[in-house]
Ligand binder design. Structure first.
Ligand code: ADP
Length: 745
């Protein structure tokens, strides 16, 4: 809305009002008196000529000179006052001066009148003089509202003259000096004149008051009209020059007015638009019919609406409008018109579409990246599985010491290569999408303790003291134990790796507030430390504290990046403090929900290690890759179990149904029927035929969480990632959850 500004016209009433202020009135008196000087002199001249004719020419001249003297003096004073009154302000003393000169002027008139009386025959000029003085009183009275001082001075002097004349007549009548009858009439005439003059003066005052009040009311009304006009002008300007299209429609929906922006935007002139329905002008065949229906409905039911519409210009081109319709009602409640304000939002729509395209492209790229990673993962892991599996089998044979060493190197290097691939895949997954963070009850004590147990041999081999500082009575928490273990293995692994001698201490602190536990796990070592300027960078991808470190300790520089990403995904963080040569302190903070009792489950670590009873066990290995079949077969050959093989999913299903194996190792990606579908069918057949439930273990090169979820949904019991490890494979033969590297679901 445009702010209403007082314009020049609106300031006028104040100027008009100035006329009626005391100063304004006084200056008007001064100017009026000067302006009417010539008229007054007609009276002087008439009087002078009368005296000259009726009395003597010398007396006529004397009388006129006297009158002119008084007038001249007064006019000089008035001119001086007007000259000095700057900006409508009357100078001090001006009123007194003008009152004095008015009194002098009145006195000269009175003196002239006295001379006339004196020079005339006895009583001959009485009536003439009375009339003259009465008209002088009236004349003075006219300026009463403008300058009371001078008016009263004049009235007093002239009235004084009149009264003196009346008293003389009365006196002479009483004394019987003159003709009684004519004097009586003169006396009454003078009295009547005086009464009339007084009445006239009070009428003049009243008229003046009414005039002033009327003037003021007129000025106020004018000001109100001007303000209204200015407002209307501003509103019209707003509508005309608005950057939005403004369309006014009648009750029947036809256009009565459009602004210039409408013409510019749509191409329709004012005359082309007026009288038409907006829809007829602007709707395109591809305008959404639902939008049109809603617009018509809103107009009919006289409710406001704001909606985005695809419109058509006169030249046929399309553009998007955001249309806002507001019905306007008459004071009696009837619908007067509808005002439509419409904004061209084509550019915004285009940007929206661009953004959507860009988002789609980014999503496509991300999913292409994920697919690529999944494929690469599978493609690299499958041959690696063969290399490592075969090398492990070779290791079991009789080998010379140097051969054993060569085979160990193959196994170690293969596993190291796989660890790097896993890290890269993990990081790519974390960065390209939202990783799935599990929320399951777990024991933080068991988790940290498990990591210590796992890393203990490594520390011992380096001669480093690995100590843990753990509170015993930790409540069960809700979180992702696997991911937490991954972070801790990395932090403790780094601490051991970068500590040539000394100790590594793991401290668990837990502060509980209500249902939330603030967990802080510190991993503190006495190792080589990190220079201050490198400290934050160790969390960047592929960044190590310095190049020398890579050569001395190996590593990819991904561990901390992944750990911090994971910690942040879990709503926590990792911070580091370090001083070169003295050691480092990595601190993981998390806030985790405390599990309610019913959510707690027995901690897996507490279950006793299972005894493997394999005699008479039937094992089906479903695997399309011949090398992998060979490896799994060789790994299982140590058991007393019966082993059968299937080369694809279909064969696996029919073999499972004919032979009823106890355990099935099922590859996930197989021709004909994949492992997931094969498992679904086996489970369905088991349910339908009331058959004993086989333990089905997924073998997959894909280590992603979704694969794990898909396996759970299909009915798998456990999940092994390739390359396979003999211990894990054998661990799956039991009917208990598998621990360690094998992934029990
Ligand atoms: P990696 O260990 O594979 O090189 P990380 O991301 O785990 O990758 O670590 C990045 C770098 O941070 C390491 O290369 C090392 O320079 C430094 N660093 C990490 N932990 C420690 C530690 N406990 N003491 C000294 N330096 C460390």
């Amino acid at each position: 809305m445009v702010q209403e500004k007082p314009d020049h016209a609106e300031a006028m009433p104040q100027a008009g009002d100035l006329r009626n202020t005391p100063d304004g009135l006084f200056l008007r008196y001064c100017r009026g008196r000067l302006r009417s000087f010539p008229q007054r002199q007609i009276l002087t001249l008439t009087g002078g000529l009368a005296v000259a004719t009726l009395s003597s020419p010398q007396m006529g001249v004397t009388v006129m000179a006297l009158a002119l003297l008084g007038e001249g003096l007064d006019c000089l004073a008035l001119r001086a006052v007007l000259g000095a009154a700057r900006g409508g302000v009357v100078p001090r003393g001006a009123r007194a001066l003008v009152t004095v000169t008015a009194a002098i002027q009145a006195a000269t008139i009175l003196a002239a009148v006295g001379l006339t009386l004196w020079s005339a025959d006895r009583f001959a000029a009485d009536f003439f003089v009375s009339a003259f003085l009465a008209s002088a009183v009236i004349n003075a009275g006219l300026s009463l509202p403008h300058h009371t001082g001078s008016a009263l001075a004049r009235i007093a002097i002239h009235m004084g003259g009149l009264s003196a004349l009346a008293l003389r007549s009365l006196w002479e009548t009483v004394q019987g000096v003159a003709l009684v009858e004519s004097h009586g009439y003169d006396l009454v005439g003078i009295a009547v004149l005086m009464i009339m003059t007084t009445g006239f003066l009070s009428f003049v005052r009243g008229a003046h008051r009414r005039q002033v009040a009327y003037d003021r009311a007129l000025l106020d009304e004018k000001a109100r009209l001007r303000a209204q006009e200015a407002k209307a002008r501003q509103l019209a300007l707003v509508a005309e020059h608005a950057n939005d299209c403004v369309v006014i429609t009648r009750r029947d929906g036809r256009i009565t007015w459009v602004n210039d922006t409408f013409t510019r935007t749509t191409g329709y002139t004012f005359d082309e638009a007026v009288g038409r329905m907006p829809g007829d002008l602007l709707n395109a065949p591809d305008t959404d019919p639902e939008t049109v229906r809603r617009l018509i409905e809103a107009h009919k039911s006289k409710v406001p609406i704001r909606i985005e519409v695809l419109n058509r210009r006169k030249d046929g081109s399309r553009f998007w409008m955001e249309t806002s319709l507001t019905p306007i009602f008459n004071p009696d409640g009837s619908h007067a018109m509808t005002i439509g304000v419409e904004r061209d939002i084509s550019a915004m729509k285009e940007r929206e579409a661009e953004l959507a395209r860009a988002r789609q492209a980014a999503e496509d790229a991300a999913s292409a990246k994920t697919r690529f990673l999944a494929t690469m993962s599978h493609e690299i892991r499958t041959p690696m599985n063969a290399v490592i599996g075969m090398a492990e089998l070779l290791r079991e044979g009789p080998l010379a010491l140097d051969q054993l060493h060569a085979v160990d190197t193959i196994v170690d290097s293969g596993r190291a290569l796989l660890a790097i691939i896993n890290d890269i895949l993990d990081l790519a997954r974390l960065q390209s999408g939202t990783p799935v963070i599990r929320k399951e009850p777990f024991s933080i004590f068991a988790c940290v303790n498990g990591v210590i147990d796992l890393m203990e041999p490594l520390a011992r081999a380096k001669g480093i003291d690995l100590a843990a500082d753990l509170p015993v009575d930790t409540p069960p928490l809700i979180g992702d134990e696997g991911r937490l273990r991954q972070i801790l293995v990395n932090l403790v692994g780094n601490a051991i790796k970068f500590t040539p001698s000394g100790s590594v201490r793991v401290a668990l602190g837990l502060r509980r507030t209500g249902d939330i536990a603030q967990v802080e796990i510190g991993v503190i070592d006495t190792g080589i430390g990190i220079a201050e300027d490198r400290l934050e960078h160790v969390f960047d991808s592929f960044t190590q504290a310095d190049g020398e470190i890579t050569r001395r300790f190996g590593g990819t520089g991904l561990g901390l990046t992944i750990s911090r990403l994971l910690a942040r995904e879990m709503g926590g963080d990792i911070a580091a403090r370090s001083s070169p040569g003295a050691g480092s302190d990595f601190r993981l903070t998390l806030s985790l929900a405390v599990a309610q009792n019913r959510e707690a489950r027995p901690i897996a670590a507490a279950t006793p290690p299972p005894e493997i009873q394999t005699a008479g066990l039937r094992i089906l290995v479903a695997e399309d890759n011949a090398t992998n079949r060979l490896i799994v077969g060789r790994m299982l050959s140590a058991t007393k179990a019966e082993i059968a093989f299937a080369e694809d999913g279909k064969a696996a299903v029919s073999r499972a149904l004919d032979w009823s194996p106890d355990v099935i190792f099922m590859d996930i990606s197989m021709p004909e029927l994949d492992g997931i579908e094969a498992t679904r069918r086996i489970r369905a057949a088991e349910r339908a035929g009331d058959r004993p439930r086989a333990r089905i273990v997924a073998l997959t090169a894909n280590a992603f969480d979704e694969d794990r979820q898909a396996c759970i949904a299909a009915g798998f019991d456990a999940f092994l990632t390739k390359p396979l490890n003999k211990a894990d494979l054998l661990g799956c033969l039991t009917f208990r959850p598998v621990q360690g590297a094998a992934n029990g679901l």
